[in-house]
Design a protein around this ligand. Structure first.
Ligand SMILES: Nc1ncnc2c1ncn2[C@@H]1O[C@H](COP(=O)(O)OP(=O)(O)O)[C@@H](O)[C@H]1O
Ligand SMILES: O=P(O)(O)OC[C@H](O)CO
Length: 508
């Protein structure tokens, strides 16, 4: 350890629905947590925004909460690690430090016409060989272009070098390290790999793609590794002088926190959406089955590690929709009781293609369906079908991973808010036909960011030491008859086809 007085690392997890700060000890155990939700702003159908200033205020507040709950000060903290909702785009003024527009969130679909226009010349996969991603509204690139095209004066300012872009990692780190007073404008390779602009081989911004999008290079942060000392905190008294030493996009951070360091290791995170990441080591595999190629992490000067990713847009947010839009449940955990009150889904399948379908289909023209309705169906069946939708979508992604890698996964490590749901986890094991395993510490996202930061300052020595901290919490084994599993998947696949081709010029 670098300094025996400093027995803790703090992670800031800037997520889609909330910001969290978590203090970890040397064994990777949670010491204290601060958490605060921020407003979800829906100005129009398909638009999702966050207020970057609210996020920065909340980040400082949750750091204060976490430190005070554990009776700690900055002198007890060896390093701070940052993890974040990926793709969400913030553009701010270099001189005033003020955002020129709200953050456009990863789920936002307003840029579909930009995607269509770019795809007209070369198809949706025209940049895939270089950046690992298909053209889609999901990634940061079209969101930045939208801000430059639609916010008055933004393009002129950007061309004069007066604007900065970042995902929420860059926004938080710039503010933490001093903001207008010399803040570091940086990001890490994992976040950069979600913009559409980073060459996966060189790990640098690609000038040709930037020109095609019309995004000035000067707006973009410097790309750094995921684990190194980037600077120290100056923008918050609470952590003043503490090294900022780790940045990982939240799904890559969860992979790190699950100690999925070996080729073929995988994790699946069940939050607002689901994100399965499969470590492919130093080999960059281009998916032929609808997965993304992304950077898993890069520790200091060591070579980068790549991954295949299956991103599912709507899983936990379908549970929120049942709560907020239908009022069938009062709280998310209540869905388990409702779902378990019936023996099966009563023939109902819900495909939550609220913003089209992400992996493995990538269908922007899809919209959600509930199929199989009869007079027999009640709210319990709907609740059950909503939970099952998460498990079916995960099975589709796992099938794609197995097809791309050629080596079937034998068990799946899971984490995220939904894995508290035993009924879902059992159904997941049933529908996958492999064991589902939850670690003792399920806050793997924050843990991964803490690990990245701790490695950089010598708080932990190497990934082998981190892997020894991983302990199994609970395991679910498949109990479903294989014929029933196949029947269920056939019906699910049929339901998925019913979502296609919904959006045309009549439907917005
Ligand atoms: N017991 C539960 N059963 C099903 N879904 C749940 C349960 N508890 C939380 N969720 C869902 O999990 C999500 C929150 O998970 P979390 O990992 O905190 O999300 P995120 O990091 O994406 O903000 C919410 O969408 C919520 O609906
Ligand atoms: O903040 P989360 O956990 O919903 O994760 C969002 C993902 O990073 C989007 O790609």
């Amino acid at each position: 350890m670098s300094d025996s007085k400093q027995q803790y690392v703090i992670a800031i997890d800037q997520g889609t629905t909330s910001s969290r700060a978590i203090v970890f000890d040397h064994n990777g155990n949670i010491v204290s947590v601060g958490q605060k939700e921020h407003e979800q702003i829906f100005p129009r159908a398909g638009w999702v925004e966050h207020d970057p200033e609210e996020i920065w205020t909340n980040v400082r507040e949750v750091v204060g909460t976490a430190l005070s709950k554990a009776n700690l000060t900055r002198h007890d903290i060896a390093a701070v690690g940052i993890t974040n909702q990926r793709e969400t785009a913030v553009v701010w003024d270099r001189v005033t430090g003020k955002p020129v527009y709200n953050a456009i969130v990863w789920q936002d679909t307003r840029t579909q016409s930009i995607v269509d226009e770019l795809a007209r010349d070369g198809g949706a996969d025209r940049f895939k060989a270089k950046v690992g991603l298909p053209l889609a509204t999901y990634f940061s690139g079209t969101k930045i272009k939208w801000i430059l095209d639609n916010v008055e004066g933004a393009r002129e300012k950007a061309e004069k070098g007066e604007l900065m872009f970042g995902n929420t990692d860059s926004w938080v780190v710039w503010n933490l390290t001093g903001g207008v007073d010399g803040g570091a404008h940086i990001t890490d390779v994992t976040n950069a790999s979600r913009t559409m602009f980073m060459d996966l081989d060189t790990l640098q911004w690609d000038e040709t793609i930037l020109q095609i999008f019309g995004v000035p290079r000067t707006m973009l942060p410097e790309i750094r590794s995921s684990s190194e000392v980037y600077g120290t905190v100056h923008g918050s008294q609470l952590l003043r002088e503490v090294p900022v030493a780790g940045i990982l996009g939240d799904q890559q951070a969860a992979t790190f926190g699950q100690a999925a360091f070996g080729v073929g290791d995988a994790k699946n995170t069940y939050g607002t959406g689901n994100f399965l990441i499969f470590n492919t080591g130093e080999e960059k595999i281009m998916s032929e089955n609808g997965l993304l190629t992304t950077v898993a992490y890069k520790i200091g000067d060591a070579p980068q590690v790549y991954a295949l990713e299956g991103s599912i847009a709507v899983t936990g947010s379908l549970v929120q929709w049942l709560r907020d839009n239908l009022g069938i449940i009062k709280s998310a955990p209540e869905i388990e009781q409702l779902a378990e009150a019936v023996e099966d889904n009563g023939g109902v399948y819900i495909v939550p293609a609220f913003s089209g379908l992400f992996a493995p289909h990538w269908r922007a023209d899809a919209r959600g369906v509930i199929v199989g309705l009869t007079r027999f169906v009640n709210k319990n069946h709907i609740a059950r079908a909503a939970l099952e939708a998460t498990a079916f979508q995960t099975r589709e992604v796992l099938d794609a991973v197995n097809a791309d890698s050629g080596v079937p996964l034998t068990e799946l490590r899971v984490d995220g808010g939904m894995v508290a749901n035993d009924a879902l986890m059992q159904f997941q094991a049933d529908i996958l036909g492999v064991d589902v395993v939850r670690p003792e510490v399920v806050e793997t996202t924050a843990l991964g960011a803490a690990y990245a930061a701790g490695l950089a300052v010598g708080f932990w020595n190497d990934t082998a030491e981190l892997a020894r901290n991983w302990n199994e919490g609970k395991r679910w084994s498949p109990q479903m008859d294989p014929e029933e599993r196949d029947r269920q998947m056939r019906l699910w696949n049929k339901a998925v086809t019913r979502t296609f081709d919904w959006v045309d010029e009549d439907v917005r």
